[in-house]
Design a protein around this ligand. Structure first.
Ligand code: ADP
Length: 429
């Protein structure tokens, strides 16, 4: 506010100096013609004073404000005396009081009232005792002046109360806004930091998963090889218990291999850079049939897809998503019927919407979100083999492409996985 007060004062001065010339030239001319020499001289004096206030380098802005106030008071005094107590002198008195309220701190707002009261009393004395030849419109002398000046003081008081209130409210709003802006900036900074941290932690984790799963393959291969050797060479001399232990170990090693491969797959999502290409959904279905042919054949599964949708995107990512979803639809088939899987696609304004619907065992409602978490399985290894990573890979792929995925399912009737992928995707990798 302090800044605005000074700014307003400087702006006023810089406008008033050229504008005062408009009032000065005719004013001085008429004063000289009419014989008001005092006004003519004072007009010129006032403009010189304004110029001095505007261009003097050494004076502080506070001193300039005080000088300006006194210049306007002096002008009002001369105008009242020469043109009468109902003339422009009054307007100047009101204007200077409003100006004082605005350009000085609000704690001095009452000062404008005090000054005006003092001025009015002084002028009343001058009129009453006829100390100066004041031009008067009527015969009532000081009584008229009391009536006029009390109105002036009243208006002065109204402005002294209202203006600080108005500006105080504005100041509060500005302060609040500044505080909010500051807070927002801090929050944004914090968010950016957290995001950066999260990104680097994610990268670290992915790197860790990749290295761990990659390096684990070698010792695992060794365990599997030696257990197989043990099984081959010493099969005859082992008792039943020994044979069972070896078979458990081989089975465990096999499962561990699958988990490591899936983990590697998961950590590769986002690392592999694909090329963008145009392809039909039917191309993806054809690849699916090849990749899943043993499962399809074994479970007598049927895959339906009538869509001719043309896609522009990263085909390997699409194949991987559908392979996992359709693979699950076959794996989690209902024991009483062979798998019927429908794949559908719809083109929306800025995205493609897909679904994979099966007639399998279904998923309990409370697991609809959790199944997308890593290692979340609803079946043990004896029932259905798996690592609990497939849907995590799907979710990561979909989200990496800027999309989202959810499931709708009813137990014993089947599940529908629905996902949406935006058409515009920046290079993933
Ligand atoms: P995995 O199949 O290796 O266990 P996923 O991450 O692919 O791991 O799936 C997580 C769990 O979600 C599965 O264990 C299974 O219980 C459930 N699930 C996934 N797809 C289906 C489906 N089509 N029908 C029924 N259950 C499903």
């Amino acid at each position: 506010m302090e800044f605005w007060r000074d700014y307003l004062f400087i702006a006023t001065i810089s406008y008033i100096v050229p504008l005062s010339l408009i009032a000065l030239i005719p004013g001085v001319y008429i004063s000289l013609v009419e014989g008001y020499y005092a006004i003519a001289i004072f007009d010129i004096f006032a403009v010189i004073a304004l110029l001095a206030i505007a261009f003097s380098q050494g004076l502080s802005i506070q001193v300039k404000k005080i000088l300006f106030t006194f210049t306007v008071y002096a002008l009002a005094f001369v105008l009242l005396t020469a043109l009468g107590t109902f003339g422009p002198g009054l307007v100047y008195l009101l204007a200077v009081s409003i100006f004082m309220i605005i350009i000085f701190p609000y704690r001095y707002a009452y000062l404008s009232i005090v000054l005006n009261i003092f001025f009015c009393i002084l002028y009343g004395i001058i009129i009453h005792w006829e100390l100066l030849a004041v031009y008067q419109l009527d015969e009532n002398g000081v009584l008229s002046w009391i009536a006029v000046s009390s109105n002036l003081i009243f208006l002065n008081a109204v402005f002294a109360i209202l203006i600080p209130k108005l500006f105080g409210g504005m100041q509060e709003t500005i302060n609040l806004q500044l505080q909010l802006q500051q807070k927002l900036k801090e929050e944004q900074k914090n968010l950016e930091l957290s995001l950066k941290e999260l990104k680097s932690k994610n990268q670290e984790l992915e790197q860790f998963a990749y290295v761990a799963s990659h390096d684990l393959q070698e010792p695992l291969r060794m365990i599997s090889n030696f257990i197989s050797l043990l099984h081959k060479r010493y099969y005859d001399i082992l008792d039943d218990k020994g044979k069972r232990y070896i078979s458990f170990t081989l089975d465990g090693a096999q499962r561990m291999r699958q988990i490591i491969l899936d983990l590697l797959e998961l950590s590769r999502v986002g690392r592999t850079t694909y090329k963008k290409e145009k392809f039909e959904l039917q191309d993806v279905i054809r690849e699916l049939n090849l990749l899943l042919r043993s499962g399809i054949h074994k479970e007598k599964a049927r895959i339906h897809c009538n869509s001719n949708l043309m896609i522009e995107g990263y085909k390997p990512a699409y194949v991987q998503i559908f392979q996992n979803l359709v693979g699950n639809s076959i794996k989690y088939r209902h024991p009483d019927r062979s798998p019927e899987i429908s794949i559908g696609a719809k083109e929306a304004y800025s995205s493609w919407e897909f679904y994979v619907k099966d007639n399998g065992i279904g998923i309990p409602k409370e697991f609809h979100d959790r199944i997308f978490n890593i290692f979340q399985r609803l079946h043990n290894q004896k029932e259905v083999k798996g690592s609990g990573i497939g849907l995590s890979i799907v979710k990561k792929l979909v989200e990496n492409l800027g999309g989202e995925i959810r499931v709708e399912s009813e137990i014993n009737y089947g599940s529908t996985f629905l996902f949406r992928l935006p058409k515009k995707v920046e290079a993933i990798g």
